[in-house]
Design a protein around this ligand. Structure first.
Ligand code: UDX
Length: 432
């Protein structure tokens, strides 16, 4: 099939590449000429495991192309995906200026029947707005459907190629049939393509992400409470997770959720509630508890150093909001670094992928190490803020030789408490 994807951010790029992988002819449109030039040369602008291989393969096969011209996209595609940013507005709601701006242009350019697909995470009612915006100018038939993405960074290619479910919000049979045909190759395993109305599809995305954010946040509170009463959150987690109604996944406590989706989506659903005279009290609590959780290690660090952090050197392992990504949006590490710098600490950080992004943001306010061990030279403590695999089985005796003081604050519970203590470290983690 012939597809255009408007916007080559994270979602657009993964969507376009993975749609080309099953034989569709995909044209990706982005207004950023420099980015388009680079992509045409085969350079992937983001770090996402396995994407580079698919990217190169499909460009070579002529199934994946790039342009800055929206009109070329409209000429090429029978299905036009909108994968545009929906940044958080000052009041927490999702800003639709990019989506509606492009919808307006599409209205002016559209010459024959197209299915316009909202792929971005958008508030309930957006597909109606997109429809109305296009209809202001359009003289031909078109349909707008909602098709939320459920991609996890770091696993996006796999999530796209083997989705647990595809959600399509559509009230047009013609559009539904085209979408089913497009997605059929991805659900050969028998996973469902769920068809519903547009509003329910839009809400499914927000409800899923907010539920997962609440699940994590609930566990974070249980972990904090474990510390008060001397329980072990690892044991509680395993005890709870074996109940199939609860499930094992997304029960890992830590220093809060971050990234480009959960924080934004929880706030946007809360705001959307208020806009519709509904106060989501549970989401309000999730937002506040998560903000507190991002800094949950700070009082522990202050306590350890008798409230005098001035001149202390702290190593940080992990800057990305989670492993297998270079994304630092809403990363707990940045919130901690802010606080530690304000109290006069020196920071030496190491992250396998995210250091260039943090350098762009913080400049030389902190030092970056070439590898995880170099970060430890003469430090007064180590803080672990992302659970990258390479941090999971470190050489503890090498660490001891390097560190001036043998203290680890672990925001991701990477090690068995006894194991680290037996290695001669003071070990402070979450909920244990
Ligand atoms: C999420 C959703 O999973 C995905 O479906 C949606 O499309 C986009 O948002 P992503 O943000 O890439 O994906 O990351 P995810 O792996 O879901 O983790 C989100 C955050 O929750 C991270 O900060 C992670 O560290 C945290 N988390 C996750 C926990 O703290 N504990 C857990 O048990 C799981």
């Amino acid at each position: 099939m012939k597809i255009a994807v408007i916007g080559t951010g994270y979602v657009g790029l993964v969507t376009g590449t993975c749609l080309a992988e099953t034989g569709n002819e995909v044209l990706c449109i982005d207004i950023d000429q420099e980015k388009v030039n680079k992509m045409q040369k085969g350079e992937v602008p983001i770090y996402e495991p396995h994407l580079d291989v698919l990217f190169e393969r499909n460009i070579k096969a002529n199934r994946l192309k790039f342009s800055t011209k929206l009109e070329e996209g409209l000429e090429h595609g029978d299905i036009i995906f909108l994968a545009l940013p929906t940044p958080e507005d000052e009041d927490g709601s999702a800003d639709l200026k990019y989506i509606l701006g492009v919808a307006d242009d599409i209205g002016k350019l559209i010459k024959d029947y197209k299915v316009i697909v909202d792929k971005s995470t958008v508030p309930v009612g957006t597909s109606d707005k997109v429809k109305a915006t296009i209809a202001k100018h359009a003289t031909v038939d078109f349909d707008v459907v909602s098709n939320p993405e459920f991609l996890r960074e770091g696993f996006a290619v796999d999530d796209f190629l083997k989705p647990e479910r595809i959600v399509i919000g559509s009230s047009s049979d013609r559009a539904t049939k085209l979408m089913e045909k497009l997605y059929k190759p991805y659900v050969r395993s028998g996973n469902p393509i769920i068809i519903m109305d547009e509003k329910s599809a839009e809400l499914t995305k927000y409800a899923s992400n907010s539920f997962l954010a609440a699940k994590i946040t609930f566990m974070n509170e249980i972990a904090n409470f474990c510390e008060k009463v001397g329980a072990d959150v690892d044991k509680v987690r395993i005890g709870m997770g074996t109940d199939s109604r609860i499930g094992k996944r997304f029960l890992f406590p830590g220093i809060g959720y971050g990234g480009s989706c959960f924080p934004k989506d929880v706030k946007a659903l809360h705001k959307s509630g208020l806009d519709n005279s509904y106060n989501f009290k549970i989401l309000d609590a999730v937002i506040n508890v998560n903000a507190r959780q991002k800094l949950v290690l700070i009082p522990k660090i202050e306590n350890h150093f008798d409230n005098n952090l001035k001149g202390k050197t702290i190593a940080i392992w992990g800057l990305a909001f989670k492993p297998e990504t270079d994304d630092i949006r809403e990363a707990p590490s940045l919130y901690m670094i802010d606080q530690l710098l304000a109290q006069g600490c020196n920071i030496v950080a190491f992250d396998p992928e995210a250091m260039p992004n943090v350098k762009r943001k913080l400049g030389d306010k902190i030092t970056f190490a070439d590898n995880m061990y170099d970060a430890l030279k003469d430090v007064d403590a180590l803080v672990i803020s992302t659970e990258w695999s390479i941090f999971r089985t470190p050489n503890f005796s090498k660490m001891k030789d390097l560190m001036a003081s043998h203290t680890i604050f672990d925001g991701r519970n990477l090690y068995e408490v006894k194991e680290v203590q037996n290695e001669g470290f003071k070990y402070i983690s979450i909920g244990r």
